[in-house]
Write a protein that binds this ligand. Structure first.
Ligand SMILES: [Zn+2]
Length: 196
């Protein structure tokens, strides 16, 4: 005996139960060794989402994306000509999704292959004219520098759709005692960061 069940439009079926449709979260989840990774199925902001990482002197797409890497908060806005477009809701970004993102929002620094001892700082915050980096991280770099290691210390800075790489001037290590601390972070003024 076979039951024939009509699934009404907009409903789903599990066994013989008719259920409301699953909510579309805009991604699906997958268990990985390092946690639950997500695969986007809808548009996210290509500018402020963290889809790339710095690896061996190269910027490349992350193998796994996690919750928090992608910003799905977008809204429709109207331009001067009355045309609707999608814009990122992040007030620091406000990326217009009609624009092209240069290499997925990232620019690979030229000649990066030659720097085997390039250090790339993660989670650097910008506030009051300075970049805040973890004090522990700074201390480690300072020790390595004093041991004579030739390090190139970089950070990614997002300007609209493109990515700029800033390099820390060695001079900062001579003036380390004059830098301000904010909780567990050290504040390194903008003037110590040079454009690539
Ligand atoms: Zn954005």
């Amino acid at each position: 005996m076979v039951d024939i069940i009509d699934v009404p439009k907009g409903k789903k079926i599990r066994g013989s139960q008719i259920l409301p449709p699953s909510e579309d979260l805009g991604y699906y989840e997958k268990k990985t060794n390092s946690g639950i990774s997500i695969t986007p199925t809808t548009q996210y902001c290509p500018s402020c989402s963290s889809t790339h990482e710095y690896n061996y002197g190269k910027i490349r797409r992350k193998w796994n994306l996690f919750h928090g890497d992608l910003n799905f908060k977008l809204s429709y806005k109207e331009d001067n000509e009355g045309k609707l477009y999608a814009q990122c809701d992040n007030p620091q970004c406000n990326f217009d999704l009609r624009m092209d993102v240069n290499n997925e929002g990232l620019v690979t620094p030229e000649g990066s292959d030659t720097y085997s001892n390039e250090v790339y700082l993660e989670n650097v915050k910008y506030a009051n004219g300075a970049y805040l980096i973890k004090y522990e991280e700074f201390k480690e770099l300072l020790i390595k520098k004093r041991k004579g290691e030739h390090l190139k210390i970089c950070l990614k800075q997002r300007i609209g759709p493109s990515m700029n790489v800033l390099i820390l001037d060695d001079e900062v290590f001579h003036n380390a005692s004059q830098l301000n601390m904010e909780n567990d972070k050290i504040s390194i003024p903008k003037r110590y960061w040079k454009n690539h």
